[in-house]
Design a binder for this molecule. Structure first.
Ligand SMILES: Nc1ncnc2c1ncn2[C@@H]1O[C@H](COP(=O)(O)OP(=O)(O)OP(=O)(O)O)[C@@H](O)[C@H]1O
Ligand SMILES: [Mg+2]
Length: 369
């Protein structure tokens, strides 16, 4: 099956009033499959909105090409592209009622009145605004406006829906409800979603695939598990999830394994090919990869540390600690079902163990100095 969206080599530069040039998109290539939920994740200013605007046709490209459902659209104006956008700032019509806002694209397409009223009613229900149809936009809260914007875009059943931080104004409960709602709407309508968020947790829970952008470039894309377990760069490791990163270098390398020595002198053999002797690496361990006490049967890294802070967060303890040689450690520990004793207390000593199988190597060229 051909992808619903195929972007190749998209590059976009902006010229600022002081004569400088900003590369908002730098040779971005991306395929989105039909019915896929793809999330663009990255820090402010990395090019997320620009990429959405390029897909929807509100922004032209310096170079590169965009195809939707197999047809080139690079030179098509926005209103001719089978795409709808939920903008970061909603862009609703303030003088129209909510029902009129939602019905807008159907009105323009001369859809029969009865069908419009049925579909608008259904959308109002879906976004939790039943009974609000006759209100004006300026009589709504920010979160309610956001839901009107969503309903207005979904009602036209576009092939691709672009969503620019559509849930950012909602409180936590409503945000979770809308996350689930969006996922089921997407499955129901069979629309591909390109979704923008700052929130890595939202990206991990909602996406089939996450694209991490920085400075207008794709750093890495993959499933949430890929990015969490196998980040290629330190930037991605730090941006997706919490991390412990240990600096080291390869002291011995064979075709299958690398023996890595970290800063405090400990050595650990890692199952990874393609690393050369002498190269600098970082070893990544996620907080939940740490356990307490050393398991003598297993090979790995161990650290004696002092607990700085300890938070009880329901099932788990979150611990911030400093090793004897000054490394900051983040650990998420779950007490065993047999022992519900507290895991430690601030200022107490603790010994952490990380199984070598849990360590992920980030190679030198990808390490940001
Ligand atoms: N019209 C414009 N003129 C000049 N520079 C622009 C213009 N629009 C965007 N930029 C610049 O392009 C870069 C990318 O902007 P963009 O809006 O795509 O970022 P973003 O990832 O959506 O950020 P945020 O998360 O803050 O919304 C930024 O450096 C921004 O300042
Ligand atoms: Mg933006």
């Amino acid at each position: 099956m051909s992808p619903i969206l195929n972007i190749t080599g998209a590059t976009k530069r902006f010229h600022t009033p002081d004569g400088k040039s900003v590369t908002a998109l730098d040779d971005v290539s991306l395929r989105v499959e039909q019915n896929e939920f793809v999330t663009l994740l990255g820090p402010s200013g990395c090019g997320k909105t620009t990429l959405l605007r390029a897909i929807s046709g509100f922004e032209g490209l310096e170079s590169g090409a965009i195809e939707i459902a197999g047809s080139p659209v690079t030179h098509l104006p926005a209103h001719k592209r089978p795409v709808n956008t939920v903008f970061q700032n909603y862009a609703l019509f303030p003088h129209m009622t909510i029902a009129k806002n939602i019905a807008y694209s159907l009105d323009v397409a001369d859809t029969p009145k009865k069908e419009i009223s049925e579909r608008v009613g259904k959308m109002l229900d879906i976004v939790g605004l039943a009974g609000f149809g006759d209100r004006k936009i300026n009589q709504l809260s920010g979160g309610q406006r956001q839901r009107v914007a969503l309903a207005r875009s979904l009602i036209a059943q576009p092939k691709i829906l672009l969503l620019d931080e559509p849930l950012s104004a909602l409180d936590k409960n409503l945000r979770h409800k809308m996350q689930q709602e969006l996922k089921s709407l997407q499955a129901e309508f069979g629309i591909a979603f390109v979704f923008v968020t700052h929130d890595q947790e939202e990206a991990l829970t909602m996406s089939d695939r996450i694209v991490v952008l920085s400075d207008g470039k794709i750093q890495q894309h993959g499933t949430p598990e890929d990015l969490y377990r196998r980040p290629k760069t330190e930037f991605v490791a730090r941006f997706v999830g919490e991390s412990n990163l240990f600096e080291g270098h390869v002291v011995e390398a064979s075709s299958q394994n690398a023996l890595v020595q970290i800063g405090n002198g400990q050595k650990v053999s890692i199952n990874k090919s393609g690393l050369r002797e002498g190269v600098k690496v970082k070893l990544l361990a996620r907080p939940e990869d740490l356990s307490v006490g050393h398991n003598a049967d297993r090979e790995g890294l161990k650290f004696k540390a002092k607990i700085d802070q300890l938070f009880f967060v329901g099932a788990d303890y979150q611990i911030l600690a400093t090793t004897h040689d000054g490394l900051a450690i983040k650990a998420t520990l779950r007490p065993s079902a047999q022992s519900r004793d507290p895991i430690g207390s601030p200022r107490s000593e603790i010994e952490f163990f990380i199984d070598k199988e849990a360590l992920h190597v980030i190679a030198a060229e990808a390490v940001h100095e």
